[in-house]
Design a protein around this ligand. Structure first.
Ligand code: FAD
Ligand code: SIN
Length: 516
């Protein structure tokens, strides 16, 4: 490997850009590899905002309590404590970088989202928080002299004797494979929403980091937990654009196709119940009314307030013929956020020395079985900072230590060989939506896992970006289906119709590692 950097950062959403900027501050040389244009990522689409206990009447203790309650017994409490206590300082960092959080009467404006007991969500540009973060950080990354290679898909993590050595990447424009040697890699590749037929995630969300890390020998945890956002726009021919939870936070009411408000019948928290409860309640209402959608109604709010507070949503809907100040918004659930991922300790370290993971691809343990809204952008900045603190010690001469790894790991089960034609992305997305989605059963999961294993065997060698991504999605889908099959209970975002209650024996994590 000819070229060499201190940091190879894979991905250019908030996790990649924020860690890149901090790495430059500690004097590291930085290479950012990203498979699309620099701003193609989930981050750019974030609407609601970023959570931090900075308001009157709030405290890290209260934020901790809400996060643990949403995580339904599976959060790592130590990681959550770090998250909530370091939050205010990390928000201050973002402000210093120039992220223009909204203010009201000279104070930072805070909104409410589901399962937060107080208003604690900072936002920018109303509902354009992610876009402001992405634009601000990507401009700074260029100024900070990070080397940025766009349209460069990382295809392999190179590990020798348990130590990270470098990456192999596929140039999506020329088809060439290039090798990059570096001291540390930070996987910042985002989520895997593209596994599902309906998702709020853009095309890049194909679970690459999880697949790359698994193949390299890293541990992958909590894969059965994928969050379905209750309210994605459901209009014929229009992608499931997110209608932020903040819309309910500001007073929006869910109604079924008979115009009846229904959430009070499902949860004492009503429209602001945790996401998994709202998503399943919507499915139940859709089923009982024979409709493919419900409605989110904000027509009772002053039109000017709606347009000013949610300019992005207002404009998007208007461009598609819907004035949300006059008509209720047709919505349905869609895959949104991956709670599981590459297992890390509280310094972002994986079980491979030199390999770190940050952001949605990582499993730091702060989300448990269900993420509290707006905790993910926060998780990135809190644990991203800790990765740079840890690696700076190494730059200063301290040795690299691999995490010892979990005691009990699962391997992917060897499913009986069945013949299959090579799959298509849409066949995969339909299978995952129908059988590994919001409501699951053992029988459907078992059949899906077998199908996924057969599809994996039927794949040819990847030769372009879509074929690399499809191979990654199928592997990640397998990890998800197998984990969901193992977990014979219902908890957080994982619901099994054949095991509809939580089981105390299952208050533990499912960890996968490839057989060596
Ligand atoms: P991303 O921002 O997705 O970036 C991943 C990057 O990795 C991309 O640049 C991608 O191209 C690159 N990449 C992927 N694979 C490869 C590869 N093989 N090689 C090279 N590059 C690769 N969270 C909140 O906290 N608050 C919110 O209000 C909020 N709203 C959301 C709204 C929407 C519509 C969505 C989809 C998510 C929202 N989330 C929100 C979740 C949050 O936005 C994401 O979890 C977060 O932005 C993830 O950041 P990331 O940097 O980890 O990943
Ligand atoms: C939203 O705005 O509803 C998304 C917030 C999140 O996913 O954290």
């Amino acid at each position: 490997m000819a070229k060499w950097w201190d940091y190879c950062i894979i991905g250019s959403g908030i996790a990649g850009l924020y860690t890149a900027l901090l790495a430059r501050q500690v004097g590291g040389s930085v290479l950012i590899l990203t498979k699309g244009g620099i701003d193609e990522c989930n981050t750019k689409h974030a609407q609601g905002g970023i959570a931090a206990a900075i308001g009157k009447g709030d405290s890290p203790e209260l934020h901790l309590k809400d996060t643990l309650a949403a995580g339904d017994g599976l959060c790592y409490p130590e990681a959550v404590r770090i998250l909530v206590e370091e939050a205010p300082d990390r928000i201050a960092d973002l402000v210093k970088f120039g992220v223009p959080f909204d203010t009201m009467d000279g104070e930072v404006a805070l909104t409410q989202e589901a399962a937060h007991s107080v208003s604690r969500i900072l936002h920018a540009g109303g509902d354009a928080t992610g876009e402001h973060i992405e634009v601000t950080l990507s401009r700074l990354a260029r100024l900070a002299k990070c080397e940025i290679l766009e349209h460069c898909l990382v295809a392999e993590i190179v590990v020798e004797d348990g130590v990270f050595k470098g990456v192999r990447a596929f140039d999506c424009r020329t088809g060439a494979i290039e090798e990059f040697a570096c001291r540390f890699a930070i996987l910042a590749t985002g989520g895997a929403g593209q596994l599902f037929k309906f998702t709020t995630n853009p095309d890049i969300a194909t679970g690459d980091g999880i697949a790359l890390a698994f193949r390299a020998g890293a541990e992958i945890t909590d894969m059965e937990f994928i969050q379905f956002h209750p309210t994605a726009l459901r209009l014929p021919g229009v992608a499931p654009f997110l209608i932020s939870e903040a819309v309910r936070g500001e007073g929006g009411v869910l109604r079924n196709s008979r115009h009846q408000a229904f959430m009070a019948g499902y949860s004492p928290q009503g429209d602001l119940a945790p996401r998994d409860i709202v998503a399943r309640s919507i499915l139940a209402e859709m089923k009982s009314t024979g409709s493919d959608k419900v409605f989110l109604d904000i027509t009772h709010l002053p039109a000017r307030t709606v347009a000013a507070r949610f300019p992005h949503i207002y404009r998007f809907c208007l461009e598609h013929g819907l004035d949300i100040t006059r008509s209720p918004i047709p919505v349905a659930p869609a895959a949104h956020y991956m709670m599981g991922g590459v297992e890390t300790n509280t310094w972002g370290e994986t079980n491979i020395a030199g390999l770190f993971a940050a952001g949605e691809t990582a499993c730091t343990g702060v989300h448990g079985a269900n993420r509290l809204a707006s905790n993910s952008l926060l998780e990135v900045v809190v644990f991203g900072k800790r990765i740079i603190q840890r690696t700076a010690e190494v730059l200063d001469g301290r040795g690299l230590v691999a995490e010892s790894g979990s005691q009990a790991v699962h391997h992917l089960s060897r499913r009986k060989a069945t013949r299959s034609a090579p799959p298509s992305l849409s066949a995969l997305q339909s299978l995952m939506w129908d059988k590994v989605g919001i409501v699951r059963s053992g029988e459907a999961l078992s059949r899906s896992a077998t199908t996924l294993a057969a599809w994996e065997r039927a794949l040819g060698g990847p030769s372009d970006r879509p074929s690399y991504e499809l191979a990654n999605l199928i592997l990640v889908g397998r990890l998800m289906a197998e984990a969901a099959l193992l977990r014979e209970e219902s908890r957080g975002a994982h619901f099994r119709s054949d095991f509809p209650h939580p089981s105390p024996g299952w208050q533990r994590h499912i960890v996968f590692r490839a057989e060596s």
